[in-house]
Design a protein around this ligand. Sequence first.
Ligand code: NAP
Length: 333
Amino acid sequence: MPEAVDVLIVGGGPAGLTAAIYTARAALNVVVLEGEPSSTSDQPGGQLMLTTDVENYPGFPRGVTGPQLIADLREQATKFGARLVPGKAVRLGLARSPFPVEVSGDAGAFLARSVIVATGSRTRMLGLPREDELIGRGVSTCATCDGFFFRGHDIAVVGGGDSAVEEALFLSRFARTVTIIHRRDELRASKILQERAEREPKITVRWNSVVDSFVGEDRLEGVRLRDTAAGADAVLPVTGLFLAIGHLPNTAVFGQQLALDDSGCVRTGRGSGTSVPGVFACGDVQDPVYRQAITSAGSGCTAALDAERWLEEHAHERSLAGEPAVLTPESVR
Ligand code: NAP
C-alpha cells in the first residue's frame, strides 16, 4: 500500500535538500527521493558531487567541497525529520492531489499531497558517432571523477562556459597540456576564471573549432576538428576529451504532465508553482539561466514555502470534503 506523505521531493541536490530542511522543520511529513547512482557519480546529491571546490557559496570563506556541502545539507534535513530514500521516481500521476508516485528498486510507492520537483539537469553530449562507447575510454563528462587518470597526458575540454574553464584549470593539475576547444572566438566564462586560465601555461584555447569526429579504435587517440571560420580540418592528438557544453533539464519522468518553457525547463510562474496545482519546481530543472548551488538552494526554500502555504490552504478543503488525516489508496478513489 502506498505511504501517504505531505511533501514528496524528487531530487537530492541543493534545491531538493533545502526544500526538505524547510518543509521538515515546518513539521510536515517529508520524503526526499534522492535518486540512484549514475554513470558519473556513485552518490546521490546531483552535480555538486562532481564539483571539487565551491568557493562562492555564501558562508564558507575558505570554500567547501561539493560532496561536503551535500553531506551537511543531508544531515541538516534528516535532523528535522525528512526521510531520505534512495531511488528514483519512475512513474508519477500528476492529474490531481494526492499524487501517486512509484519509486525504483525496493523503495515502494507514495501518495503525496504535494510534490516538489528538484530533478536537476544532466550533461549535454556532442551527439557524435561512437561518443557513448568512448565514455570511460578517453571521453569523460566529469573532470573531478576522471582527471587523475590523465596524469602527464595531452587532453582537451570542449566548451567555453564556466564549467569548461573550471575543468581545464582542474585538469591542468594532472595533464601535460589542456586545450580548450570552443566554437566561437570569445569565452562565455566569468572574467575571474578566464584570467586564471590565461595565467596557466598548460592551457591554450583553440578558437572557432568544433569536434567533428573521434580518432582511435578502442581508446581515444585524438579528435578531428573543423575550424568554423577557415573551414579547414585538423587532427588534435589527445588521449582525453572532457565535455563541458552545458546541461539538459531532467524532465522525462513527468512526460507531458508539466508545462515546459522553450529551453525545456519546467515552467514556473511567480514563485515555484508549476502548471499543476500542488506541484512545485526548484533548482536547475526550472532554471535555464543562473544554475548556481546558491540559487538552487534559494529556489528550494521558495518551493518549500509555496508547498507549505498550498497545503495549509487546501487542508480546509480536504476537511470539508471529509478527507481523512491519513491518506490511503481507498480514501482517494
Ligand atoms: P554554459 O554556461 O551553458 O556554457 C556551455 C558552453 O558550451 C558554451 O560556451 C557553449 O558555447 C558551449 N556549447 C554548447 N553546446 C555546444 C555544442 N553542441 N558544441 C560545442 N560547444 C557547445 O554551461 P556551463 O559552463 O556548464 O555553466 C552552467 C551554469 O553554471 C552557468 O550559469 C555558469 O555560470 C554556472 N557555473 C558556475 C561556476 C562557478 O561560478 N564556479 C562553475 C560552473 C558552472 P557558446 O558560448 O557558443 O554558446
